[in-house]
Design a protein around this ligand. Structure first.
Ligand code: FUB
Length: 341
């Protein structure tokens, strides 16, 4: 076996290479959590994570082993303060259109109502995005009867712009099924691109005022290199895989995402919420475990990266969320974070 393959194998099963120490500790240890979408509501931090469980389902390329069944919402008054688990906020058995697998959620607030957005396979085993509402940021949430019309794939991230508009960014290739969608049409046989083909692009749509529907048909998000060219599938250290997130800093829109099989959280910057976004670099170097997924949020004048690794379990489907400070440098770039030192 080549040295690089041995390192990759050790890495994927969660063995620290070179005895490095994590820069942050798991935020909770009593349950497994992943994909942390953090928001500040009423001066407090609320985290909307996936709730990982060991369902005993063998690992597969399609991600069957990520067989999550409910969501717990966490809150904290301070970054290094006590973390409260508010219990089950939504259970898959209470979602009328549910098939299986509650993956990475996000949340938003508007006019007295909190909205929980989540990916879930429907009864035909096709990932759709659902929405549930509550008067409390911690739920319980009540799911709508149907998924959001025109929605598909995984990893919804809802961004509120400074003008009060809300946009949903979403999509994920491979187990997230984005390769099966072309111009918003489903093709059950849609294959992953080959190395020399253009990479599959993430999607976005503006939300209607009711926060329950898309205002427009989902559009491609273009991520370009410094010469204005899009990435090929072979550019897998830069092209989009899953885990979209958008934050705004000094008037610019930062689109960050996971590169999947190269395990990076990368980012690209644009002048408006629709992009295009120009690739700028890496937010987070690889964590232990196959997946990487994050959110970026401002709290009391500082910026934070919420992310996960597999420090507690060493197993790729049993993750734990963490937080660390994130710095924007004077030129607008983000200082790359290494999760182990
Ligand atoms: O948690 C299940 C999936 O793993 C998420 O939807 C992806 O982003 C990856 O973190």
């Amino acid at each position: 076996m080549k040295k690089s393959l041995i390192v990759a194998a050790l890495f994927s099963i969660g063995i620290a290479v070179g005895q490095q120490k994590p820069i942050s500790a798991p935020l909770v240890k009593h349950i497994y959590t992943a994909d942390p979408s953090a928001h500040v509501f009423n001066g407090k931090i609320y985290i909307y994570p996936s709730h990982d469980i060991d369902a005993g389902i063998p690992q597969s390329e399609a991600g069957d082993h990520f067989a999550m069944k409910d969501f717990h919402i966490l809150s904290m008054d301070a970054i290094d303060g006590k973390v409260t688990d508010h219990g089950v906020a939504l259970d898959v058995k209470d979602i009328p259109w549910a098939g299986r697998q509650l993956w990475a959620p996000d949340a938003a607030y508007k006019n007295g109502t909190y909205y929980l957005y989540f990916p879930l396979k429907d009864k035909e085993d096709i990932f759709r995005i659902g929405v549930a509402t509550s008067k409390s940021p911690t739920g319980p949430f009540k799911a709508e009867k149907e998924p959001i019309k025109g929605s598909y794939s995984i990893d919804p991230a809802v961004f509120k712009d400074t003008d009060g508009s809300y946009y949903m960014y979403f999509g994920g290739i491979s187990g997230g099924q984005l390769q099966r969608w072309n111009n918003n049409n489903y093709n059950a046989n849609g294959k992953l691109k080959t190395k020399t083909e253009e990479a599959v692009l993430p999607k976005m749509a503006r939300l209607k005022g009711n926060m329950l529907e898309f205002e427009e048909a989902p559009k491609d998000i273009r991520i370009l290199d410094e010469n204005g060219r899009g990435f090929l599938e072979g550019d897998n250290n830069k092209r989009f895989f899953e885990a979209a997130w958008v934050h705004k800093y000094k008037g610019k829109y930062y689109f960050s995402y996971s590169t999947g099989d190269t395990h990076l959280i990368s980012y690209a910057v644009g002048d408006n919420p629709y992009g295009p976004f120009t690739y700028k670099g890496v937010v987070l170097n690889p964590v232990k475990g196959w997946t990487t997924h994050h959110s970026i949020v401002e709290f009391k004048g500082k910026w934070y990266l919420f992310y996960h690794d597999v420090e507690i379990s060493g197993k790729t489907h049993l993750r734990n969320i963490k937080v660390t400070e994130l710095r924007h440098l004077p030129d607008g770039s983000i200082e790359t974070i290494s999760p182990y030192k």
